[in-house]
Design a protein around this ligand. Structure first.
Ligand code: NAD
Ligand code: MG
Length: 384
């Protein structure tokens, strides 16, 4: 029986994690659930899995959640400090980091410092401070098991292999809904168009990141830290069917791939059950009818975010932290129709130019870089 904490239980990854828990009640026991403001769903989940603790980050929902769970014996707290304190202090084997954005960094570090293994969905944590997070994991002998489907694929391909025999990895990308759009067409894309992903149903932020290809850029940085690779060992290939989830090429030229239908419950369950595999009834990929699996080169002219992320990785320091913060602000502004789709990379690049570079940032430096980048990106958006 694994005791688990789910950070961000009400989102796309969080709700699918709860599904896995409900399917295997003999394998997982939920100790703590957190959400930002989805109070009703949080109450319902806490009752369904009988979580010991529940934390709502947005304090204005505290009374509501407390009233909703009155008489259940479930302890209710609120605020991000409570999330950080509880993650560190309660007893658990695994923390599923399913919250979105920079907000995941501190609770993930708290989990690592208190020696809890991580099932990592929140890629922004590694993008912002991959050096500090992986160093903390080494120091405290904590395992970071990827939930992101591409990284889960690579992690699965690496089982039983010597990590030093990896020549390179290839991350697959669906290419998003605008793969075949012209630059001119991209200028007129609306949030409604962008929120319709062809293969995956996900939270709003990552869906926009997929449409700009920033998601793949963030995943390149995530892979660098998870698998300790150089930037030139990480390739991206467009694979519109999303059946091959990623590939590893070894020193003898052999390539291993992991395949399956695009269903996030699979990598979530794998990360939760690791090193075991659990049976399930998820739909299987069938070679009947026979489908074509196709591959294309990514177009960084049309989708500059991928290039921006590679550059941030090469430049190191607080570069990726700046890119991440500016991207979070630009994506939110696009969703609120304050800027156009093609302005997202422009805002990021302009923010990068304006923020002081730090070669060896501390945690405090990352926190300040994040705050400053958000202020700069917001003021750039106001001027557009
Ligand atoms: P989502 O927006 O659906 O859910 C986010 C969750 O985080 C919600 O429970 C929300 O209440 C909580 N949250 C948001 N802001 C918070 C804050 N400030 N403090 C505390 N909690 C907060 O997002 P998602 O699509 O589930 O994605 C979650 C993470 O997983 C992201 O980092 C994303 O990149 C990654 N990921 C998602 C998918 C997917 O299929 N959805 C796939 C791969 C990776
Ligand atoms: Mg992914």
């Amino acid at each position: 029986m694994k005791k688990i904490i789910i950070l961000g239980s009400t989102g796309s990854i969080g709700t699918q994690t709860i599904e896995v828990v409900k399917t295997h009640p003999d394998k997982f026991k939920v100790e703590m659930l957190t959400a930002n403001s989805s109070a009703d769903l949080l109450i319902e989940q806490a009752k369904a899995v009988n979580s010991k603790y529940v934390v709502i980050a947005n304090k204005s929902y505290y009374e509501y959640v407390r009233a909703g769970l009155f008489g259940t014996g479930i302890t209710v707290l609120s605020g991000s400090t409570a999330i950080n304190d509880l993650v560190a202090s309660i007893d658990a084997d695994l923390v599923v980091t399913a919250m979105v954005g920079f907000a995941g960094l501190i609770p993930t570090l708290k989990a690592i410092e208190s020696r809890k293994n991580i099932a990592l969905a929140n890629k922004e944590t590694l993008v912002v401070a991959g050096d500090l997070v992986t160093e903390a994991a080494r120091k405290h002998s904590v395992q970071i098991i990827p939930v992101d489907s591409e990284h889960s694929a690579i992690f699965q391909c690496l089982q039983g292999e010597n990590p030093t025999s990896v020549e390179k990895i290839v991350l697959t990308a669906s290419g998003g809904p605008f793969r075949n759009y012209s630059l001119e067409q991209l200028k007129h894309v609306t949030p409604e168009n962008a929120l319709k992903h062809p293969n995956w149903s996900m939270g709003a932020k990552i869906t926009i990141d997929s449409a700009t290809m920033m998601n793949k850029g963030l995943e390149v940085i995530e892979a660098r830290w998870l698998f300790d690779l150089r930037p030139d060992q990480i390739d991206v290939v467009i694979h519109p069917q999303s059946i091959i989830h990623s590939l590893v090429q070894f020193s003898d030229g052999s390539i291993k791939a992991q395949m399956g239908l695009p269903d996030m419950r699979l990598p979530i369950q794998y990360a939760m059950a690791y090193p075991n595999r659990l049976p399930n009834t998820f739909e299987r990929y069938k070679f009947d009818p026979i489908h074509s699996l196709t591959f294309e080169k990514p177009d960084t002219q049309k989708f500059p975010c991928l290039k921006i992320a590679y550059e941030a990785l090469i430049k190191k320091g607080n570069h990726a932290c700046i890119v991440n913060a500016a991207n979070e602000i630009a994506v939110a502004a696009f969703l609120q129709k304050k800027i156009g789709f093609t302005q997202i990379p422009e805002i990021i690049l302009q923010t990068v130019e304006k923020i002081a570079k730090i070669d060896h940032p501390t945690l405090q430096d990352y926190i300040e870089t994040d705050v400053e980048s958000r202020v700069v990106a917001t003021s750039l958006i106001e001027k557009t």
